[in-house]
Design a protein around this ligand. Structure first.
Ligand code: ZN
Length: 289
């Protein structure tokens, strides 16, 4: 599925691959405005203190009781300094932060397929379509306003074409305004917004009213160029955009519509399909008795 998405959408639009870090410093997340919007939706990371005494105590207690001394562990940790990437495009804005770009050298278009995005879904996690860590291909770009919106539209169009090629039923709707823009609108600091910040493409799921969202295509206006002080050489306005392709969700929607019998799958999938050898384990998977 990853290869199919890259061949049919990402490569066709000339995005260059980057490996974005997944440990995002909290100040970066603050510039993203995620701390105003959804502080309860992320995983926070703490590095250990340089305190051998605490950790010696920890090891001793663990050895004696065989029970993890959680309080000791906590006392050996520093304050959280990072979150695990929740948007997957954060490093792009940080990379460009306080840089100046001449508009004639635009667009800059990168994508990351290096893996996991993390969200704390509290009680909402289910199946393989809503999980705490998920696979996604994230496309992110910067350009002049009109061009930024155009790139977003291209990512959507190619997604539609691919879904049709895969013989899937799909629809696209206007997504809820992203929470980070909400805060900005109230602030009214002269941030420019697109008319439609977010489109969501969904694959229909039989027996379910709402389809599964597989593409989230966003234009952020000047939200990130302001927040990260990214400037154009002639003081012209720059916008950013990002499109997330949810890998496991494409898979989920595909299987929901086409089932597990490979004879019913379209050629495009059959050609790429390689069976995984499932190890024989006496006690796994659990039988349904
Ligand atoms: Zn993004």
């Amino acid at each position: 599925m990853k290869k199919i998405l890259i061949d049919n959408i990402v490569e066709k639009l000339g995005f260059d691959e980057c490996l974005f870090p997944k440990l995002i410093p909290i100040p970066t997340m603050d510039k993203m405005r995620y701390l105003d919007g959804l502080p309860e939706g992320m995983y926070y990371c703490s590095a250990p203190k340089r305190d051998p005494e605490v950790f010696n105590k920890f090891k001793n207690e663990l050895a004696i009781n065989r029970e993890i001394p959680m309080d000791l562990l906590k006392s050996g940790l520093k304050d959280p300094a990072y979150v695990l990437a929740a948007a997957q495009c954060e490093p792009f804005y940080e990379f460009l932060s306080h840089e100046v770009i001449d508009e004639k050298d635009l667009p800059i278009k990168f994508y990351d397929k290096s893996g996991w995005t993390y969200r704390w879904e509290s009680g909402g996690a289910k199946g393989i379509d809503r999980v705490h860590e998920f696979q996604r291909i994230e496309l992110v770009w910067i350009d002049k306003p009109e061009e930024t919106s155009e790139i977003r539209d291209f990512t959507l169009e190619l997604s539609h074409e691919l879904a049709t090629k895969l013989e899937l039923e799909w629809y696209t709707e206007i997504g809820d305004d992203p929470f980070y823009l909400e805060g900005r609108k109230v602030e009214n600091r002269g941030i420019e917004f697109p008319d439609v910040p977010k489109y969501e493409m969904r694959l229909k799921v039989p027996g379910q009213e709402k389809g599964v969202a597989v593409v989230s295509a966003n234009v952020h206006g000047t939200h990130f160029t302001e927040g990260f002080s990214i400037r154009e050489a002639h003081k012209h306005t720059l916008w950013t955009g990002c499109t997330g392709l949810g890998l496991t969700r494409w898979l989920f929607g595909f299987l929901a519509q086409k089932g597990f019998d490979e004879n019913n799958w379209p050629e495009l999938i059959k050609n790429q399909y390689k069976k995984t050898k499932i190890p024989k384990i006496l006690t796994w998977p659990k039988s349904k008795e």
